[in-house]
Structures are given as C-alpha cells and as structure tokens.
Design a binder for this molecule. Structure first.
Ligand SMILES: Cc1ncc(COP(=O)(O)O)c(C=O)c1O
Length: 370
C-alpha cells in the first residue's frame, strides 16, 4: 500500500470548487467597502432562519458567542444551574461558567448525546436550563428533553454547533429550544473562512437582545445603550461567504450520507469497530463528523496518522478532567469509555473516491483485512 496524505477537511480544495461565487462575493464587498453589519449579513441571517425553520437568526462571531449571548438573553446567571453533557466541546460548559451559572454535568449514551434518563436525577430548585448538545450531526432526544423542560419550566439552549441541517421529525436542530446555537468554524459542515456563529430563535425578545448585545448593547436605531454588551458580530464578509455555501447544504448533506454509507459497507465486518449508524425513526444524521469507536483506541488512531490520514480524537481527555477548569468529576462511565475509543475519519464534501478508498484500505489493514 503506497502511503498518501488524506486531510480531515480541505478548505483550499472547497474554495477552488466554489471559486467563481466566492470571488464574486469578495470583490463586491471589497469594491463597496461593506464590512460591518451590511446587507450580506442580513441576507445570510434571513436564509439561515429559513433553512433552520425559525423566525430569526442573528449572526455572531463564534459558536461560543452564540451560547454565551443566548444564555444571557434567556436570563441565566449567578445562582442558576444548567445541565450539560459530560461529553462535549469545552465551549458548551465554559459559556455556562462565564455567565456566572453552575454547569451540572450528565453522562451520555452510546450515541454520544446526553442521557435523557439521567436528567431528572440532577434537577434541583436552582436548575434554570438544559443545554443539549447535538454532537457530530446527530441530535439529542429533543422530544424527551422538551417534556422535562416543560415540567420544570426550564430554558433550553440547543448547542447545535455540530448539527446544522440535522432534524427530528422534520424539525431542524436549532428550532426546538428557546434558542439554537451554531458555529461556522472552518471544520464545520457550513464552515467560514475564519470564526463565525449564529443564534436561531422564534423569540423576538431573544433576537432583539442578541442584536443589541453583539453591538456593545446599542439599539442601532435609537442609539440607546440597553446594557453592557460585547463586540461579537458576524463579519459581513464571512456572512457573504456563508450565504454562498448555504445554497449547497442539502446537496452536501446527501454527499456526507453517501460517504457514511460507504464507510458502513466497508467496515461492517469488523466487530472491534462501533460505527455511528443508529436507525432511530424520525432522526436524521447529517454526519458533521464520522466518529466511530475502536476497541484499540489510540493504537488505532495512531496507525491512521502514521499512514498519512488526518483524524480527530475528540476528546481523549474529557473536559472535566482538566484541573484548571475546576469541575466536579462525579464519574461518567459512558463518557470515559467512549473517550478512550473515539476516532473521527475524514468526512467532507471535497474528498474524492481515491482518498476514501485509501482511508478504507488503511482501516482494514489495521485489522489485518484486505
Ligand atoms: C459542540 C460545540 N459547541 C461549541 C462550539 C464552539 O464553537 P466556536 O468554535 O465557533 O466558538 C463548538 C465548535 O467548535 C462545538 O463543536
């Protein structure tokens, strides 16, 4: 087997595929000098809201900002507890801490998302919200979560940073909760050329709060400062690029599903691999990531790396085990088991068949198979 390099994502290659449209957006903005809070941002927000299925979308500087601002908008602050999965990117938890609230960690199930059967156990009189995280393109059980939220009158902030385009019973990620939060970090299914994020919501109150707070608290029509805010708008240039890419999302999701099926076919005879195919009625996986579990853990992921394949092992060390974060480790067996085994294979729309075949060949060769 001849060694080659396969990138996890290849933004340069995707740029070349969309060059005429992206270049047109770039030159138009540069010519007009429209950089902050201009028409491209508004257009992208309108299209994103339509795509997700909410009344409003508000472009922010990152997924983290969307989590942070939407929690403030929902009135979460000191003294409040917010339930969050033990297996997620650290930003979900940091946003809770940075509004002054206390994160209450709950273990996940084998689909990597919060275990809804463990949420009731941690609800107290201080619980103010739940932050389900839809990891890798597969949504948390929102019907069950909304039932709990209704019973205890809780705010639901969906961390949909990894799941734009995913849905349950046709209702999109980001359209279920009080607010939905998205990231347009370059590795994401809808990736910008730098950082970016957005809040989606049906609440006019939350939309207005986010629009003001992203702009130093200012009501841009009256000039009134409505609170101490931040500077965290999505740049007009990024919005224009994202608006171009958003047009391709459905097509790209189909391509991701085809790649996932190719991996499934190629690996279904390997008992030491647990593949991310769940077959749950109404749930749609969009494969932001193809995260499998290998019983051989780092031995498996190191072998792929040695053979030139870029992979992600998020997250070998769970975030609550990082001392400086000062989080209680109550013991989360499923999080710990899957953390040792996770490995995300290259999954992107710019990958070609030869590269995929090479990834498959290398994975099979690790298990001594042709
Ligand atoms: C689950 C999750 N939450 C939050 C974030 C934060 O997004 P950003 O990097 O845009 O701040 C990310 C992405 O990196 C993520 O994957």
């Amino acid at each position: 087997m001849e060694k080659r390099k396969v990138r996890f994502v290849d933004p340069g290659k995707l740029y070349r595929m969309l060059k005429p449209e992206l270049d047109a957006a770039y030159f138009e903005i540069m010519e007009k000098g429209e950089l902050i809070n201009r028409g491209h941002l508004k257009s992208f927000e309108d299209n994103l809201a339509k795509f997700v299925g909410t009344k409003y979308a508000i472009g922010l500087n990152s997924g983290y900002d969307s989590l942070h601002v939407s929690m403030r908008a929902a009135g979460i602050g000191p003294g409040d507890e917010v339930i969050v999965p033990a297996h997620t990117f650290v930003a979900s938890c940091s946003a809770i801490v940075n509004v002054g609230a206390t994160p209450i960690l709950v273990d996940v199930t084998s689909d990597f998302n919060i275990d809804v059967n463990k949420i009731n156990e941690v609800i107290t009189s201080r619980t103010k919200g739940i932050m389900p995280v839809h990891l890798s393109g597969w949504m948390a059980d929102m019907p069950a979560i909304l039932k709990i939220a209704e019973k205890y009158n809780l705010v639901v902030i969906e961390d949909a940073c990894q799941s734009l385009g995913s849905s349950i019973n046709g209702i999109g990620a980001g359209a279920w909760g009080t607010a939905g939060c998205f990231s347009f970090y370059p590795f994401k299914i809808l990736g910008g050329y730098g950082d970016g994020g957005a809040i989606t919501t049906n609440s006019e109150k939350i939309a207005t709060y986010a629009r003001r707070m992203r702009f130093n608290g200012e009501d841009r029509e009256t000039g009134e400062y409505c609170g101490h805010g931040f500077t965290c708008l999505l740049d007009n240039m990024q919005a224009a690029f994202l608006d171009v890419k958003l047009r391709y999302m459905r097509q790209w999701i189909d391509k991701r599903k085809a790649i996932a099926n190719k991996y499934l076919e190629a690996f279904s005879d390997i008992p030491d691999l647990l593949l991310p195919h769940y077959n749950r009625a109404g749930f749609d996986h969009v494969y932001q990531n193809y995260t499998l579990r290998s019983k051989q853990g780092s031995e498996f992921s190191d072998y792929l790396k040695e053979h030139g394949i870029e992979i992600l092992t998020q997250f070998r060390k769970p975030y609550y085990k990082h001392k400086a974060l000062n989080l209680p480790d109550r013991g989360f067996p499923e999080t710990e088991a899957l953390s040792r085994e996770v490995c995300s294979l290259p999954m992107n729309v710019e990958i070609d068949e030869e590269e995929l075949d090479y990834v498959i060949q290398v994975v099979r060769s690790f298990y001594g198979l042709n």
